[in-house]
Design a protein. Structure first.
Length: 335
């Protein structure tokens, strides 16, 4: 499959966790966690349209000021996703600075926060520069049963609440399926190109029933209407790519179930593996995974490529060993 999702692990397997994610033909990037952002230059940071933060431990959130500094004076509406209470954390972060005279800045900058919680509705809030980032409560959104938080172009972001001694979000990003028209089949059947192909593609992508009428405009003649089922062979459907980002959670049955559901059939799985298999008690005490737990979750989810990260500094010279442990538990040869 052609790679259309292009993730970049920002600080290697040992540094602050974070993934910068670009998608082919899509202008905006997603930032999964917001720790050390020094690997990203202004050009990349200004493309960020969504910041999804797993939890507010410093290594996942300390880099926000760098992004904020760049955004002042720019037109931007940034979507922020975080766990319960995150809007208040962002508010305090913003209030660390003085914002008088900002009404002179013509460019509108706004942060719109959605908190993914275990409740029936997810709280939302907005902070606008020209208001001095005063908090504005927005109407909460009903919690999506499948964890969908937002859509951005062809991408859908899902989240689930994991337990890390504090609520911590796991994320999945899924690209919409690709629907391509076979030009040769179109010609073979003597059908013209035209706007009707967009309607056909949209109907296929939406999973419309076979009898759905599709009207074909024919130049110099009356339009012809066919059921979707009679036109389906004109298009080729390829599933979109999936990426999961799972970090900072204890090895508990509930966490495993939620993590596996998010990572199911992922093309790329970023998963934390901070502690070696021999240090399981320590890992549990810190509410983190071992390499073995990470590998077992990847295996149960059927993830294709595994990218372990968030290795504890105590294994500074043992990266290869940790990687081998993850892959062994996943039932794969060492990378
Ligand atoms: Zn962490
Ligand atoms: Zn943490």
């Amino acid at each position: 499959m052609r790679a259309t999702l292009h993730p970049r692990l920002l600080n290697g397997r040992q540094g602050d966790p974070g993934v910068y994610l670009e998608a082919l033909h899509h202008a905006e990037a997603l930032l999964l966690d917001c720790g050390d952002l020094s690997a990203l230059g202004p050009r990349h940071l200004l493309r960020v349209g969504v910041v999804a933060v797993s939890h507010a431990h410093m290594d996942h959130w300390a880099g926000f000021d760098r992004l904020l500094r760049l955004l002042i004076g720019r037109e931007k509406r940034l979507q922020v996703v975080g766990p319960s209470g995150f809007a208040e954390r962002l508010y305090h972060r913003l209030q660390a600075y003085t914002w008088n005279l900002v009404d002179r800045i013509p460019a509108e900058l706004a942060f719109e926060v959605t908190e993914v919680t275990e409740g029936a509705a997810w709280p939302r809030a907005r902070f606008r520069l020209q208001d001095g980032f005063r908090p504005e409560e927005l109407a909460p959104v009903p919690a999506a049963p499948d964890g969908t938080v937002l859509r951005q172009g062809p991408l859908r972001l899902r989240a689930a609440v994991l337990d890390h001694g504090t609520p911590c979000l796991g994320f999945a990003v899924e690209e919409a399926m690709h629907v391509n028209v076979w030009r040769t089949r179109l010609e073979a059947r003597g059908l013209p190109t035209g706007p009707w192909l967009a309607a056909l593609k949209a109907a296929v992508a939406a999973g419309a029933p076979e009898e759905t009428p599709i009207t074909i405009e024919i130049r110099g003649a009356a339009p012809a209407t066919h059921p979707l089922g009679a036109l389906r062979d004109l298009v080729e459907v390829t599933p979109g790519q999936r990426l999961a980002y799972l970090t900072d959670f204890a090895d508990t049955p509930a966490n495993r179930a939620a993590a596996i559901a998010l990572a199911r059939e992922a093309d790329i799985l970023f998963i934390e593996a901070p502690f070696a298999v021999g240090d399981a008690a320590h890992a549990f005490d810190r509410r983190h995974l071992t390499t073995r737990a990470a590998g077992e979750i990847a295996r149960a989810a059927g993830a294709r490529r595994i990218e372990p990260f968030h290795f504890s500094p105590r294994y500074e010279d043992a990266e290869a060993r940790l990687l081998a442990e993850v892959h062994a538990a996943a039932g794969r040869p060492p990378p």
